[in-house]
Design a protein around this ligand. Sequence first.
Ligand code: SF4
Length: 318
Amino acid sequence: MESIVDRIRKLRDRRRAVILAHNYTLHEVQDLADFVGDSLELAFRAAEARADVIVLCGVYFMAETAKLLNPGASVLMPDLRAGCPMADMLTVEDLRQAKAAHPGCAVVCYVNSSAAVKAESDICCTSSNAAAIIAGIPATQPILFVPDRNLGEWAGEVVGRDVKCWDGYCPTHERILPQYVQQAREQHPGALVVVHPECTSPVRAMANHVASTSGILSFCRTSSCSAFIVATERGLLHRLRAENPTKEFFEASPHMICPNMKLTTAEKILWCLEDLPGEVTVADDVAPGARRAIDRMLAVAPPRCRKARGRGVDHEPH
Ligand code: SF4
């Protein structure tokens, strides 16, 4: 009997589809995807995908971003329930009120947000370019950063800017407590601590290096150190281990799991390609504003995409 991966690949080709997966998805999903990356890399891949169908294995805002950047493709999610609690911490009404309370602020919006919130913002950012985006805002203009207080605070520190932050956060990264990191350091002396900027300030203070998932991958690949304690969603460790077989990677906490990122499975990808359910769209009154905020980000900080492990960057459907 044909394996599920073979069935997915056959259907993928018949549908002229490309499968994009975030670094936090299940191992089985990462292993069958055409491209695995962070949210900026996925946005860029979606924009240039020459495919009729994009199967987005991640969470809802990523599928919205893919649709905004490639409106001609059908963007499908294998499980539409995969949302982002951080994105849900800020509604468009909340943002309008915050803008009224801080007139004149440049609104920098983390891509982990709804399309409607992006449309109310001046420019988007991801965790890999947040500092560069903030550095590009005129020094005289105050900055309102939404929705992640941890990323906004960190990016402000990096560039020496005072940044007002919305009080949102990623529950998965907030559960990486300093005491867990300390325990990991005691268990693995000599290992470097690498931390995602969605972690809290006390955890970032324990880091040897703070970076986005793509930055963590790059740091661990090029470092002469052979052991790392990793403070971000545990899905990234699959890729770190696959790309660095001679190095060791340890979880900084036993609670580094985003349940939404784990909703996508190989079976759901197969069903998605069989019946084409789960299409994601963006309302016409929101799309132009959201696209403008994303395009401004891409103009300031274009991504550097790497090749997917074991395959070319793009799936070219036959
Ligand atoms: S890891 Fe955090 S920010 Fe990323 S999708 Fe999950 S809840 Fe949202």
